[in-house]
Design a protein around this ligand. Structure first.
Ligand code: AMP
Ligand code: GLY
Length: 427
């Protein structure tokens, strides 16, 4: 088979790495890919949301299966376009991708389907939002409706912060049209976990749980990022909690989308908060998480292509999937300044020194510059390792990270630490 992966992050490197292991795969392509992906797949610099060009490429290369990483390609309608041409694609339709593409759509859907989530109101005028805020209780959360590349959510401690959020989103329009509507919602408290389920429209397969570390610095200090590390499984989601998540959130979402005429095919990623009143959905994403995927896929023992094909053919209920019992920890190595401004183009040393078994270096913001791998993004690498327990997996991942060097490199030293009670010593 010829397989095409869309995207350029650590998530896509992990997908390519796993797909490459399938005996079914003859050729692997990735658009646009990165410095690490280019070592295992043919990469061409076509943007992930340039869906018409991607379609032409897929037709030319006789692609049998396309796996879509980023949400922007999905909300741009890549799955619909490919389906019209009879091409197999793993990822939801544009209509189903609205679960991530519009927070208003997602919240209204959750309310309709009785899925536990924070109480909320929708506003389409800044004046009305500000009037509501005058009488509101704090803290609360202000969110832009549309895609904001992981930004667009403001957890506001007081009226001043909430006014600033409304001003930035609705008046200054720092996220463009994504801020035409906003949501103001109740601020929930509790630990956050991610539950991802692969779905074929009617059936679903829950992947092992994982936990992301969103804040940029140790001990969850500093601004939110795309994710500074992840581990799987999450001890916070025991069998009882998972049961509630599946029965109250995942299953009603899949059934609801099916019944409303937008069957969900792809990965449904539920961002959850475990509150005192039980698990509640903070958001849905319609794609694999990054870096959650880099901590989940190393645990997959079955052929991932079989899973993707079963989704495309609507026969997910027929397949069995095996997972490694060993936990996996992924540490993100980033460039100084991220998630704000950072410089690029620093050469990355030490990659060839990492030879440990069960340790994977997934590239994110890297590119091949005349034979040298250099940094080209904020999140540069994700170093993942399997181990007998979380502590051992984290130790292996950090041992590999210690061999890597580039100017202004930094990483969190407490990935999985609170769960394994082990923190890497600061230098
Ligand atoms: P989202 O993109 O909706 O997941 O929001 C990004 C982050 O903002 C989440 O991972 C949470 O840490 C935080 N957040 C979002 N909604 C809420 C909420 N209702 N209460 C508390 N924190 C929230
Ligand atoms: N790690 C969070 C996300 O992929 O959205």
């Amino acid at each position: 088979m010829n397989v095409l992966v869309i995207g350029s992050g650590g998530r896509e490197h992990a997908l390519c790495w796993k797909i490459k292991q399938s005996p079914k795969v003859k050729r692997l392509y990735c658009l646009p890919g990165n410095g690490g992906i280019a070592r295992i797949a043919e990469c061409v610099d076509i943007a992930a949301d340039d869906v018409n060009l991607i379609l032409q490429y897929a037709l030319n290369k006789k692609i049998d299966l396309t796996v879509v990483g980023p949400e922007a390609s999905l909300t741009a309608g890549i799955a619909d376009l490919f389906a019209q041409k009879g091409l197999k694609v793993f990822g939801p339709s544009r209509a189903a991708a609205q679960l991530e593409g519009s927070k208003v759509f997602a919240k209204e859907f959750m309310r309709r389907r009785n899925i536990p989530t924070a109480d909320y109101k929708v506003f389409s005028s800044d004046a009305q939002a500000l009037e509501f805020l005058q009488a509101a209780q704090f803290p609360l959360v202000v969110k832009a409706d549309g895609l904001c590349a992981g930004k667009g959510v403001y957890v506001c401690a007081d009226l001043k912060a909430a006014r600033t959020a409304v001003d930035e989103i609705m008046v200054q329009k720092i996220f463009g049209d994504a801020g035409d509507n906003i949501i103001i919602e109740e601020c929930l408290q509790g630990p956050e976990v991610s539950v991802l389920a692969v779905c074929d429209g009617r059936h679903f397969l829950v992947l092992p749980t994982s936990q992301d570390h969103k804040r940029v610095f140790d001990d969850d200090v500093g601004p939110n990022t795309g994710g500074m590390g992840a581990f799987s499984p999450s001890a916070r989601v025991n069998v009882q909690v998972l049961d509630v998540v599946i029965n109250r959130i995942i299953e009603p979402a899949i059934r609801g989308m099916y019944q409303e005429g937008n069957p969900f095919k792809g990965v449904l990623f539920a961002g959850l908060m475990l509150t005192q009143d039980g698990p509640k959905a903070l958001e849905f994403n319609v794609r694999f998480g990054d870096p959650e995927t880099q901590s989940i896929l190393p645990r997959l023992q079955s052929d991932i292509v079989d899973i993707f094909l079963a989704v495309c053919d609507g026969r997910l209920a027929d397949i069995k999937v095996k997972w490694d019992e060993q936990p996996c920890v992924c540490v993100v190595v980033a460039s100084g300044g991220y998630p704000g401004k950072y410089q690029s183009g620093f050469s990355i040393g030490g990659l060839d020194k990492i030879k440990d078994e069960d340790t994977m270096v997934f590239h994110a913001g890297t590119k091949n510059d005349g034979g040298t791998i250099v940094t080209s993004g904020g999140r540069v690498l994700g170093v993942a390792a399997l181990g007998q327990n979380l502590e051992a997996a984290a130790a292996k991942a950090y041992n590999a990270v210690s061999k890597i060097e580039f100017d202004h490199m930094f990483f969190r030293r407490d990935i999985a630490a609170r769960s394994s009670k082990q923190k890497v010593a600061s230098p």
